[in-house]
Design a protein. Structure first.
Lengths: 121, 177, 450
């Protein structure tokens, strides 16, 4: 398995809906929303914080636990104040018992967004 | 504060607006003069007279500043109001002797048609009370009333009073607003 | 109007010797305790920064993240329910530059964020992060030392949450002592406990906090005169002549806490003028008698009042509960709630919510006449010669009874000033002690009240 793919066991996912995993690029937040899986950088782009300690709101937003700012999980887009810079996202492939997170490829929704990001993990 | 605004085209005409305004001014003058029985006679039998104490809550909170069933300085039906009046009239109401000097200033009157013979009336008020040498208290707020035609005049069926103070800056409230 | 040191010229004068302020055995006390700025500052240190103070009822903060803000003395505090069900309290001031952190009276939060520099605190007080946090990295900043300042101790009894700013204060159970026996009569009638209904009504009275506290600790006497108008308005006749049947009533005190009460079961409740509430208590009384005892079952709504030292009071039967927050020697901010049994039907709870505010709030037909008494009992002491006169506090000097089997110091007859004297004795003891270790142990909890 190359360094550019992070493989995780679905059993290791937290029932809260968001879990933190270490990777070659630093900590990654992995989300489960209604049976679909997503991954973003774990670090908030606003200030130092771990998004995996935050709450999932409205079924698709991650709220940073420090200042309450929000990001759209599938695209990484910054939604609520004080977040401005989008999250780096990662393409997730569902392999049955495991998830394969491609550390070199953005999620599909992020590509549609068309913005470049500043990697702030 | 209740921000619902009736549409402009349900506003009452100028003659009715004048009569409603005069009703509110007269009510204020009755209170200024401690004419308690006359004031009580303006209340409908089903009056709900409500003045909630506002709480400081964040905008995102589902509970708002003014909520039913919370702290209130008035949350009265007719019996409750008449008990308050009964106290005012007691010779042993020591906090009323010597009398307080009251002025109720009413302004910003808007009146709209509601159900037949009923009107939704908004107004603002400033209430001054002065007692003894230098006991001066003032309160400012809004009122939203439901007025009902009664005989050749009106009666008050509902009043909600929104004061601005979340801590009442007075030792008591010995009038109606 | 906030009282500041400079407003009270007497604060420049050395505080009077404490022992000259009270002659309780002879029923005399000094007016300076209601007026002197230096004594007030000393109270902030030796009473309010040291005693257990009521901060919240369990029912106000049921879920994790639920909070209320309140005061301990003049310190604004946040009381917040934790994820593990415990309760924590913190000074409501950012440790960075001091700004107030939480501006709401109540709510639910996942964090508290200071508006000034975005310092964000977890509900357990820990500093979680700051706006522009990278700026702090180069200074070797360690968030661990910069959380919200916690209160020293926090605990509860029968749903009433108390906190203290003094780490050396004795445990709450010991502090409340024998009063717990009596508190059960109202706050533990049926095993399900109580809750606060409705919100908080707040107001200002320009009086010294002790005048309000002493009134509720033992002043049954004033009801017949001050509240004649309220009683006539609510029930058509004046207050009963309590002094004519002293064998039916008592004053009980313990380390400054005091409860004066009749054995008439429903006297206070009846003043709300609502037959349904009286019926409810009459129906409940035999169950309380079986569960606790006959004596306490006759207290559940009787003509009575109580103050828990220093500044929290309540009236059974009218079910009003309040704290007199000090704001200088001549002002208080009163926070008023209504309590009910959790098990009471919703209709009964609603009747009590409305009835207690109709009678005991700033617009209350009873409370309306108290404010002026206390304001002018405070204000007359602005007079130079007036404040040098003594005050009388000697009623009921020979009413102590023994061998009743009841815990605490028991006096016959609620028309009495025994509880007031005990309140000021405790005040004097605390004011004269540099620490809890020095405070005289006048009353020790009896075994029965554990």
């Amino acid at each position: 398995m190359s360094q550019s793919v992070l493989e995780i066991n679905k059993n290791d996912l937290s029932p809260e809906g968001v879990s933190r995993f270490e990777s070659a690029l630093g900590p990654i937040a992995v989300y489960e929303l209604d049976g679909a899986y997503y991954a973003t950088q774990d670090g908030c782009t606003h200030a130092r914080a771990s998004l995996s300690e935050g709450e999932i709101l409205d079924g698709e937003l991650i709220e940073c636990p420090v200042h309450g700012g929000t990001f759209h999980i599938p695209s990484g887009r910054a939604v609520g104040f004080p977040c401005k810079t989008p999250l780096r996202t990662y393409k997730v492939s569902d392999a049955g018992a495991t998830l394969r997170i491609d550390l070199e490829c953005e999620a599909a929704a992020a590509c549609v967004r068309g913005e470049t990001h500043v990697h702030g993990a | 504060m209740n921000a619902s605004c009736a549409a402009a085209d349900s506003a009452v005409d100028i003659t009715l607006h004048h009569r409603i305004t005069q009703f509110l001014y007269r009510e204020a003058r009755l209170l200024d003069g401690e004419c308690w029985d006359d004031w009580l006679a303006l209340m409908a039998d089903d009056i709900h007279y409500w003045m909630p104490m506002p709480e400081n809550r964040r905008r995102a909170d589902s509970m708002k500043a003014y909520e039913a069933g919370r702290g209130a300085l008035f949350d009265d039906g007719l019996l409750d109001l008449s008990r308050r009046v009964a106290r005012f009239k007691q010779p042993s109401a020591w906090a009323e002797d010597p009398p307080t000097r009251h002025v109720h200033v009413v302004s910003g009157v808007e009146a709209f048609h509601a159900a037949a013979g009923e009107y939704i009336v908004h107004s603002t008020f400033v209430n001054y009370r002065s007692r003894g040498e230098r006991d001066n208290d003032s309160l400012v707020g809004r009122r939203q009333d439901l007025l009902r035609v009664h005989a050749n005049d009106f009666q008050l069926a509902r009043r909600t009073i929104y004061i601005t103070q979340s801590v009442l800056l007075a030792k008591n409230l010995n009038t109606f607003l | 109007m906030t009282a500041r040191m400079a407003d009270f010229h007497t604060s420049w004068i050395e505080a009077p010797k404490l022992e000259r302020l009270m002659d309780l055995e002879n029923g005399r006390m000094s007016r300076l305790v209601f007026q002197h700025g230096g004594l007030y500052e000393q109270e902030l240190e030796r009473i309010f920064a040291r005693c257990w103070l009521f901060v919240a009822h369990d029912s106000q903060i049921p879920k994790a993240g639920d909070y209320i803000t309140t005061y301990m003395g003049q310190d604004n505090v946040i009381i917040v329910r934790q994820k593990d069900g415990s309760v924590k309290g913190f000074l409501n001031s950012c440790p960075h530059r001091g700004n107030k952190v939480c501006f709401a009276d109540a709510g639910n939060a996942r964090q508290f964020i200071c508006n000034y520099h975005g310092w964000s605190f977890a509900i357990d007080g820990r500093l979680k992060g700051m706006h522009a946090s990278e700026a702090f990295d180069s200074t070797g900043f360690d968030p661990a030392g910069h959380g919200l300042h916690p209160v020293a101790q926090i605990d509860s009894y029968r749903g009433l949450i108390f906190a203290t700013l003094d780490p050396h204060a004795p445990p709450l159970a010991e502090y409340l002592g024998d009063m717990r026996y009596y508190l059960d009569a109202v706050f533990d009638m049926d095993g399900e406990g109580t809750e606060f209904v409705g919100g908080c009504v707040k107001s200002v009275i320009r009086c010294n906090w002790k005048l309000a506290a002493e009134n509720f600790v033992g002043d049954a006497l004033h009801a017949g005169w001050t509240h004649d108008s309220g009683a006539r308005a609510m029930v058509g006749e004046g207050v009963g002549e309590l002094h004519k049947n002293p064998q039916q009533s008592y004053q009980v005190n313990f380390n400054g806490h005091g409860w004066e009460f009749n054995q008439d079961i429903i006297g206070n409740c009846a003043s709300l003028g609502d037959k349904e509430l009286v019926k409810y208590l009459y129906a409940l009384q035999p169950h309380v008698a079986g569960r606790l005892d006959e004596f306490r079952s006759r207290m559940i709504g009787s003509i009575s009042s109580c103050t828990l030292f220093p500044n929290t009071s309540f009236l059974p039967g009218q079910n009003t509960f309040r704290t007199w927050h000090p704001r200088g020697p001549q002002e208080i901010e009163v926070h008023i709630w209504t309590f009910v049994n959790k098990s009471a039907p919703p209709d009964i709870k609603e009747r009590w919510r409305k009835g207690s505010m109709l009678t005991f709030s700033p617009s209350g037909v009873f409370e309306m006449d108290d404010g002026e008494n206390w304001e002018y009992a405070t204000r007359t002491n602005e007079g130079y010669l007036t404040r040098q006169q003594d005050l009388y506090i000697g009623l009921g000097g020979n009413t102590r009874v023994y061998d009743t089997g009841l815990p605490g110091n028991v006096h016959q007859g609620q028309v009495n000033e025994a509880n007031q004297r005990a309140f000021y004795q405790r005040w004097l003891d605390l004011m004269g002690s540099a620490s809890w270790a020095e405070v005289p142990q006048r009353d020790v909890p009896a075994e029965a009240s554990v």
